[in-house]
Design a protein around this ligand. Structure first.
Ligand SMILES: Cc1cc2nc3c(=O)[nH]c(=O)nc-3n(C[C@H](O)[C@H](O)[C@H](O)COP(=O)(O)OP(=O)(O)OC[C@H]3O[C@@H](n4cnc5c(N)ncnc54)[C@H](O)[C@@H]3O)c2cc1C
Ligand SMILES: Cc1cc2nc3c(=O)[nH]c(=O)nc-3n(C[C@H](O)[C@H](O)[C@H](O)COP(=O)(O)O)c2cc1C
Ligand code: SF4
Ligand code: SF4
Ligand code: FES
Length: 1023
């Protein structure tokens, strides 16, 4: 039988004495990530240990390629078994070698499942690897990339043997074309077509170039594909184009070329096939543009690396004017597998138009990142939440930026989007650099886009004007926007410029540079507008706009760094006054605020955010309600202002107007002031005496409150104006419970809406609760109603919600507390009717749901499951599916009401169509929060002042306060505070379920001062 070439490779391998004698192989990742974390020391320590124990015959320690899990480095992979060790230190070497010698595992170095803490041994079991399909990276991490024998031992170069000995060049091209492989260098052009063009091109001498990629560790695999490519197109000379900065890649490739020459796989008459091919490495400068194929050719030819017009394409006229095949290294790394297993096998992976896998670099605000290889068509959701392990710090997913500085971003509503060339291009992004950067809610899209544009403007080679000037101009505009100095016209200008640069630039750099801007403007326009209109950066990132992330994120802009610093210094009364200059409810907000300030707190990037709300609660419980000093004009006393509704919006507006001297009266329909703080939020979260204390302080500032005075019933807006009130503020909230639209909902006894139920309970009216109470809804009102029902004696309380817990709008701490109080939850269920026996409610007819397509916010819409109806037994149903403002005090067709049934006011002034009539709080925004109502109240107070007097003393004072600088705490006190966030005590669930006393208790003084001392004082200038 004739000797096959494969036998020949085996012979080559067998001749090598070094190979295959080791029973255990210990690969230490030599990728850039692991090297940065000390993998070279780990390698030396492991090798020394093997030497010390005289185990060199049995155990081979070697430098491996990057397996991809770069955030877990330094990584060590042991054969047999693909045993995966992470975060290895050189001090672990003795344990690792001893265990390897004895066939054991060092458990502490294994990956542990975050929830179950189960240790996973093999690389393939890890979530990061389990969902990948590895063709290109198959051996990365498990063999020595520089050792040709290692590669041959795992089947390497078999495809080259097959191609050059058993296949004609045309058959090779045909196989590659039928596989549907598309170029992995960014544009996704058909590889088969390019190879065919090059083969057909006129000219006896042809060349081949392998363009750089982020791939390390698969050097022989790239080489094998490259030699096959050269054979297919008929190239006699080739260049591997690498970045000179990546000296490891350069050294590895040079060594691999030398090895391949030694083994007869390169050079003259390769494997006796008659095909000869020589290869060299070219080290390129770092410029991004030098990766563009025509610029690259210029660089290899010794010219300046600038692109030229195409056509002619390099496959027809390339290096030194000769036909030149240019493919990316990853493209070549796929060729061996296609030749070995065939086009049909390859086409079975990925999607019809996008076969195969793609290597991406997964980075950003994600738990596990690195290099991942995925079938094309894998959804973003799978990549982020299964492979990447979900968002870092459990923050919300905001966007995926695909393709690096000239790529584009897609929002949360695109989580189901499959990643393939066509879908990515259609989204406005490109595969580009193959980077997938996961962005969370703390990312400012304007800043991100600006940074990308800066890079592109820098990288523009300057040859053509649209790119050279256009990128600069776009950068200038973006810089103005991040500084809060842009205009809305700038956005239109940006779009026009982006269009021009895209269509009229010479090369791919200019044509793609506007992508980030265009996609961000498409999906995140409101962020650009907020920077322009309100100087607001929701992510609290843009330095010119953000003094400190906490105060910037607070809707009322409370100066948190100053009052936290004053608490740390023990100056509680000053701290209270600072808080009250922007929010007169520190005690209340210290208990019920959803504290967006904490989600952006910079300390959270180090360990845990400052417990801002708890510090605030401590200070306000420990000092009297000191008023801030505002300039007061005695003339203001002549001006009368009426405020309708004594909720936080109305009371805040009244308070600040009173502080600067206005004569303000609050008219409230109920028997008590406080609004939803009093009649919505239950006492176990917000005790009545706390609310009363803060309202008393408002009265103390000069505000008059008249209860049982209802607009529409007892008086009218026009009547107030006729009575001499110069301005009216409407802060009437959103108290009308929404209807579920089910038959008999309003007539059947035992069915009640959440807002009414809580109002009655909070006002001490007698409220009967059912034995089995069912609450419908997923927000705060549902949770508060359920917890109130259990305290009023219901034996069993169940919340039905149509989505899952992950989508519940209720605060996550309230959900936890409710669960602790034995409240049951049933998810993916929606009510469709009521059951009754003899006119008495006996149950809710429910329908099961599944989550379907996503809405604009990225939340999946619930869809009914056919035939899934069932009865949930109930003798009381509380429907908590939202509230709306009750605007029946307005005349029909009033211009003051919007089509959404809310008060309509101008964003800037809070004034309605009717001069002198202002509005704010839930009545304008719909159900929101106390602090948002406070923010509206303050903004309206300033607008009322300007309306009446043409100036605002409140505003003046707030400007002065901006300049305040509280001195920093002594270093030793900061150190003594330590790193850990303080947690408040809570009353035991069994105890608290039986009454309405407060569940979450306060920090003690030592805890509060320690917590305050953790603050990084982001407000202080760096100098
Ligand atoms: C159950 C529940 C729990 C909540 N939990 C929280 C929480 O934990 N944290 C948080 O920040 N927010 C919470 N909220 C939301 C928060 O209470 C409201 O967003 C906030 O109180 C709105 O303030 P407002 O001043 O706009 O309206 P309201 O507080 O609703 O005040 C409006 C006032 O106007 C009065 N009024 C209405 N119509 C008239 C009329 N025609 N004439 C005269 N007076 C009238 C009402 O009686 C009421 O007193 C909760 C709300 C509810 C219902
Ligand atoms: C500015 C710019 C930079 C580029 N950089 C690279 C690069 O680093 N590596 C690469 O393979 N292709 C890069 N390309 C794409 C190449 O021009 C070329 O399309 C690619 O190497 C062809 O290989 P493929 O068909 O296998 O994808 C770049 C293109 C542009 C416009
Ligand atoms: S588009 Fe930009 S990078 Fe490309 S040739 Fe023109 S100036 Fe140079
Ligand atoms: S560290 Fe302090 S100043 Fe900085 S964001 Fe957090 S609370 Fe604010
Ligand atoms: S650099 Fe070591 S796993 Fe990637």
């Amino acid at each position: 039988m004739a000797e096959t070439r494969s036998d020949k490779l085996s012979d080559l391998l067998a001749q090598s004495e070094r190979h295959a004698t080791h029973k255990v192989k210990v690969g230490v990742c030599s990728g850039a990530g692991c090297r940065a974390m000390g993998s070279e020391n780990v390698l030396s320590a492991l090798a020394a240990e093997v030497e010390r124990l005289n185990l060199s015959e049995k155990i081979k320690v070697f430098s491996a390629g990057c397996p991809g899990s770069c955030l877990q480095g330094p990584v060590v992979i042991i054969q047999p078994g693909d045993l995966f060790y992470q975060k290895v230190q050189s001090t672990d070497a003795p344990d690792i070698i001893k265990a390897a010698d004895q066939g054991r595992v060092v458990e502490r170095l294994l990956y542990h499942e975050p929830i179950t803490d189960q240790a996973l041994e093999s690389l393939d079991d890890l979530p990061f690897f389990k969902h990948q399909e590895r063709i290109v990276l198959k051996h990365s991490g498990t063999i020595d990339p520089t050792d040709i024998e290692d590669y041959i031992a795992v089947g390497g170069y078999e495809s080259l043997v097959k191609a050059v000995t058993l296949m004609t060049p045309e058959r090779v091209i045909d196989e590659v074309a039928r596989s549907g492989l598309r170029g992995r260098g960014g544009a996704g052009y058909s590889v088969g077509e390019k190879w065919h063009q090059c083969r057909e091109a006129v000219g006896r001498t042809k060349h081949i170039i392998c363009n750089r990629s982020g791939l390390d560790g698969v050097v022989h695999q790239v080489l094998e594909g490259l030699i096959i490519g050269a054979y297919a197109v008929g190239a006699s000379f080739g260049v591997v184009y690498l970045r000179e900065q990546n000296q490891q890649a350069v050294t590895q490739m040079r060594a691999a070329i030398a090895n391949a020459n030694q083994f007869g796989l390169l050079g003259h008459n390769i494997l006796d096939s008659g095909f000869s091919f020589d290869l060299e490495v070219f080290e390129s400068s770092s410029a991004f543009i030098a990766g563009e194929e025509t610029a690259m050719i210029a660089a290899i030819e010794g010219e300046r690396a600038v692109p030229r017009v195409r056509p002619p394409y390099p496959s027809v006229e390339g290096l030194w004017g000769r036909p030149t095949l240019i493919n990316n290294a990853e493209t070549f790394a796929n060729i061996g597998a296609i030749i070995e297993k065939g086009a049909n096998w390859y086409k079975g992976i990925g999607t019809p138009g996008n076969p195969g896998t793609k290597v991406f670099s997964l980075t950003g605000n994600i738990k596990t990142g690195g290099q991942v290889e995925l079938p094309l068509g894998t959804t973003i959701e799978k990549i982020v939440f299964e492979i990447g392990g979900g968002m870092l710090g459990d923050r919300n997913f905001k966007a995926l930026h695909i393709g690096g500085p000239s790529g584009g971003s897609v929002p949360a509503s695109a989580l189901d989007m499959p990643l393939d060339y066509d879908t990515i291009n259609a989204s406005g992004a490109i595969v580009g650099t193959s980077d997938l950067s996961v962005l969370d809610e703390c990312t400012c899209m304007v800043e991100t886009v600006k940074d990308f544009m800066e890079l592109m403007a820098d990288e523009s080679c300057g040859k053509c004007a649209p790119c050279r000037i256009g990128t600069q101009r776009m950068l200038e505009i973006l810089t103005q926007v991040t500084n809060g100095q842009g205009s809305l016209d700038d956005l239109a200008r940006l779009e026009t410029l982006a269009g021009v640069v895209k269509t009229s630039s010479l090369c791919g750099l200019g044509k793609t540079a506007p992508n980030p801007v265009l996609t961000a403007l498409k999906h995140f326009r409101d962020e650009f507008e907020a920077h322009i209109k309100h100087q607001k950066c929701a992510a609290a990132r843009c330095p010119t706009l953000v003094k400190a992330p906490c105060s910037h994120t607070c809707p009322a802009k409370v100066d948190a760094p100053s009052y936290i610093a004053l608490v740390a210094l023990g100056r509680y009364e000053e701290a209270i006054a600072v808080h009250r200059e922007r929010n007169p409810f520190p005690s209340i907000c210290g208990r019920v605020c959803h504290h967006p300030c904490e989600t952006r707190c910079r300390r959270g990037l180090l360990d845990e955010p400052i417990a801002i709300a708890l510090v605030k609660r401590f200070m306000s419980d420990h000092a009297p309600a000191v008023h801030p000093r505002f300039p007061r004009d005695p003339e203001n006393r002549k001006h009368r202002v009426a405020v309708i509704g004594a909720g936080p919006a109305g009371l805040t507006c009244a308070y600040y107007l009173a502080l600067v001297g206005y004569d303000v009266t609050v008219l409230e329909a109920l028997s008590t002031a406080g609004g939803m703080m009093k009649v919505g939020i239950p006492d176990f979260r917000l005790p009545e005496d706390i609310i009363n204390k803060e309202i008393e302080a408002i009265v103390d500032a000069g505000v008059k409150i008249e209860t049982r005075r209802m607009l529409g019933r007892d008086f009218t807006i026009d009547g107030l104006i006729a009575d001499g009130y110069e301005a009216v503020f409407l802060g009437t909230g959103a108290h009308q419970g929404n209807n579920m639209g089910l038959p008999k909902e309003s007539d059947l006894a035992g069915v009640i809406d959440g807002a009414t139920f809580l109002r009655r309970a909070n006002l001490g009216e007698s409220v009967e609760v059912g034995r089995r109470t069912v609450v419908i809804g997923g927000g705060n009102v549902a949770i508060d109603a359920a917890r109130t029902a259990i305290r009023l004696g219901a034996q069993n309380v169940k919340i039905l919600y149509r989505r899952t817990v992950a989508e519940m709008p209720a605060y996550e701490w309230d959900i936890r507390e409710a669960r602790e109080e034995d409240i049951e939850f049933e998810f993916l269920v929606s009510p469709v009717g009521f059951e009754e026996e003899n006119g008495i409610l006996s149950g809710v007819k429910c329908r099961r749901m599944v989550l379907g397509a996503r809405d604009d916010q990225g939340r999946r819409r619930p869809q009914p499951v056919k035939g899934s109806d069932y009865i949930e037994e109930a003798d009381m149903v509380i429907a908590a599916i939202g509230q709306s403002p009750a605007l029946d005090y307005l005349p029909d067709e009033s211009e003051l009401a919007s089509s959404r049934g809310r008060l309509s006011v101008a964003d800037e002034t809070m004034m309605s169509e009717q001069p002198g009539v202002f509005g704010g709080g839930d009545a304008v925004s719909g159900p929101a929060s106390v602090v948002e109502a406070v923010a509206h109240g303050q903004k309206a107070a300033i607008a009322v002042e300007k309306y009446i007097s043409g100036r605002s003393l409140i505003d003046q004072q707030l400007q002065v306060a901006e300049e305040r600088r509280v001195e920093p705490l002594q270093e030793k006190k900061i150190k003594a505070a330590g790193n850990n966030r303080r947690h408040p005590p809570e009353v035991e669930p069994e105890k608290r379920k039986s009454d309405f006393s407060e569940v979450v208790l306060a920090l003690d003084e030592e805890q509060a001062l320690g917590e305050a001392a953790r603050c990084l004082r982001c407000d202080l200038d760096e100098d």
